[in-house]
Design a protein around this ligand. Structure first.
Ligand code: UN1
Length: 496
C-alpha cells in the first residue's frame, strides 16, 4: 500500500527499498521502507551543488522565481490527498490533520508567489543634496533546513518557498523518522521544476541523514542560514555553532503553551478550543496546549466537561474516523509515562494517560490523552513533554494567571479565553503574554501561515512563514547614490 502511494507521488522504488535505515509507521509499528542515510561527504556535496545553483538563481528575476513556486503549489493541489495520506502513514496524523498540513504548504506557496513581486525595500531621505538612499534586499545564499517529524512537510515548505522566491538554494535534512514524506516532497518539487524549465540543478535538495548530515549543514560556512525546528536541546547545539561562524539561524524550538481561562469565558468555545489544541496531533505539535490556567470559580465545571469530552475521544488508526492517532514511537510513550510519574510525585492528580489498543498494536503506542491537576507550576509543568498531557493550574487573580503564563522557560504560543476586553487587551500588551503568539478566544495551535510564526526565550526567537519573515532569508543592503557634481560628506564633515 505504501509502495503504491509512493509511486503515485513519484518516488523511485530504489529510493525507499534500499539502504539499512528502516522506516516504521507509528500506526502499527511495522516496517514500511528502508532508506540510505547520507553522511558528511554527501551533505557537503549537496551544499557544493546548492552553492552553484544559488549563483545562477540569484540573478533570475524574483517574479520569475515566484513562477516556480506557483507551479509547485499546483502540483501540491493535485497530490494533496496522497501526500496527506503519506503524512498520516509516516507521522501518524489523522486524515484531517494530514490534509491540513498539505493545505498549509499550498497556502505558503500562494503567499510566496505574491511575495515574489513584493520584496520591497525602502527609499530613505538623504541629508546630503543631490543624493538618494535606498535599501535593497538581495538573495542570501544556501539555506539549510532541519525539520522535525511532527510537521514533516509544512515546515520545509514554509522555509523553502520563501527561500526560493528570495533567490536562495535549499538543502533539507528532514527527521530520520519521516524520510518518506521528504522524498515525496522532493519528487513533487521535481515535477514543478520540469514544468518550469530552466531552473539550475541542485536548487532544492533533500539529504536523508542523521546527526552527521545535520552537523555538516550547521558547520559549513557556505550555508548562510540554518533554519532548524526541533527540541530546545537540539537548538542549544545548533544556535551557538552557527553563530560561531557568524552564520544566521532561525530556531523554532520547544513550546510550553498555556491558556488562561477566565471566569467570563464562553465555556463551550473554551472546551472545544482546549480539545483541539491539547489532544489534536496526539499532543505532538510545538503549539500543543500543555497548560490550562483556569480561574478557581470555573475550574470544577471546566474539568467535569473536559473529562467527559476526553472520555469520548476516539483513539485509533489515524486514517479511520478517529481524533487521536498514535505517538510517534516507543520513546515518546516512555517520555510521557515518565512525565506522568513525575507529575504524581510532584502532587499531581492524573486522569487518563494510559496506553490503549496494546493488544491490537503491540508495536505501536496509542495513549489516552491525560489531564493532570497540579498544585503548583512545578518542574514537570515547566518542561515540554511531547505528548498529550494537559496540566491544570488554578488561579485567583488575573495578574497571577499572567505570571503563571510567563513563568516557564519557553515562549511560543499562548491564549486567553475571556469576554472581558480589559483582560484580553492586557494579555496582548507589552506586559502581557511574553510569547511569540498570543491569541484571544482561539487555542494555542493551528496558526495560519499569514502571520510570523515562532517564539521567544527557549523557543529560539526565530520567525518563519508569513508577515515579513522573508527578510530573514535575504541580505539587506543600504545604497547611497550621489547624482550631484559635489562630494558633500555626511555629518557636515569638512575634509579639505
Ligand atoms: C509545529 O508544530 O512545528 O500552528 C508547527 C500550528 C501549525 C504549525 C505547527 N500551523 O499548530
Amino acid at each position: 500500500m505504501v509502495a503504491a502511494l509512493l509511486k503515485r507521488l513519484g518516488v523511485a522504488e530504489q529510493a525507499h527499498s534500499r539502504g539499512d535505515h528502516p522506516v516504521h509507521t507509528p500506526i502499527d509499528g511495522s516496517r514500511i521502507a528502508s532508506v540510505e542515510l547520507a553522511g558528511e561527504a554527501q551533505t557537503t556535496a549537496a551544499i557544493d551543488h546548492a552553492q552553484r545553483a544559488f549563483e545562477a538563481w540569484r540573478d533570475v528575476p524574483a517574479p520569475r522565481r515566484g513562477e516556480l513556486v506557483r507551479l509547485f503549489g499546483e502540483v501540491l493541489r493535485r497530490h494533496k490527498a496522497d501526500l496527506g495520506e503519506l503524512v498520516s502513514v509516516e507521522a501518524g496524523k489523522i486524515t484531517q490533520e494530514g490534509l491540513g498540513e498539505v493545505q498549509e504548504m499550498i497556502d505558503i506557496c500562494d503567499f510566496a508567489v505574491g511575495l515574489s513581486r513584493q520584496l520591497y525595500g525602502l527609499t530613505i531621505a538623504s541629508e546630503r543634496p543631490g543624493h538618494h538612499m535606498r535599501e535593497t534586499w538581495h538573495p542570501l545564499g544556501v539555506v539549510g533546513v532541519i525539520s522535525a517529524f511532527n510537521f514533516p512537510v509544512a515546515v520545509w515548505a514554509w522555509n523553502t518557498t520563501l527561500a526560493l522566491v528570495a533567490g536562495n538554494a535549499v538543502v533539507w535534512k528532514p527527521s530520520e523518522k519521516t524520510p518518506l514524506t521528504a522524498l515525496a516532497c522532493q519528487a513533487l518539487f521535481e515535477q514543478a521544476l520540469k514544468a518550469f524549465g530552466e531552473a539550475p540543478a541542485g536548487l532544492a535538495q533533500v539529504v536523508i541523514g542523521g546527526r552527521e548530515a545535520g552537523e555538516a549543514l550547521v558547520d559549513d560556512a557556505r550555508v548562510a542560514l540554518v533554519s532548524a525546528t526541533g527540541s530546545t536541546r537540539m537548538g542549544r547545539e545548533v544556535g551557538p555553532r552557527v553563530a560561531a561562524r557568524f552564520g544566521r539561524s532561525i530556531l523554532e524550538l520547544g513550546g510550553n503553551n498555556a491558556m488562561i481561562l477566565a471566569p467570563s469565558a464562553d465555556l463551550d468555545l473554551a472546551v472545544r478550543g482546549i480539545l483541539f489544541s491539547a489532544v489534536g496531533t496526539a499532543g505532538q505539535r510545538c503549539t500543543t496546549l500543555r497548560r490550562l490556567i483556569v480561574h478557581r470559580s470555573v475550574k470544577g465545571e471546566v474539568l467535569t466537561r473536559l473529562k467527559a469530552a476526553y472520555a469520548k475521544v476516539r483513539i485509533g488508526d489515524p486514517r479511520q474516523d478517529n481524533l487521536v492517532g498514535p505517538l510517534i514511537d516507543r520513546q515518546a510513550f516512555e517520555a510521557m509515562q515518565g512525565a506522568l510519574a513525575q507529575a504524581r510525585d510532584e502532587g499531581g492528580e492524573v486522569f487518563g494517560g494510559a496506553r490503549q489498543l496494546a493488544e491490537q498494536y503491540p508495536n505501536a503506542y496509542y495513549v489516552a490523552p491525560a489531564i493532570v491537576e497540579m498544585p503548583a507550576q512545578s518542574a514537570v509543568v515547566r518542561h515540554e513533554t511531547f505528548a498529550p498531557i494537559l496540566y491544570v493550574l488554578a488561579y485567583d487573580d488575573f495578574e497571577e494567571a499572567l505570571r503563571l503564563n510567563n513563568e516557564v522557560p519557553q515562549g511560543l504560543s499562548s491564549c486567553i479565553f475571556t469576554t472581558d476586553l480589559r483582560e484580553a487587551e492586557r494579555f496582548q500588551s507589552a506586559s502581557g503574554s511574553d510569547c511569540g503568539i498570543a491569541n484571544v478566544n482561539i487555542g494555542t495551535s493551528g496558526a495560519e501561515i499569514g502571520g510570523a510564526f515562532g517564539g521567544e526565550k527557549e523557543t529560539g526567537g526565530g520567525r518563519e512563514s508569513g508577515s515579513d519573515a522573508w527578510k530573514g532569508y535575504m541580505r539587506r543592503q543600504t545604497n547611497t547614490v550621489n547624482y550631484s557634481r559635489e562630494l558633500p560628506l555626511a555629518q557636515g564633515i569638512v575634509f579639505d
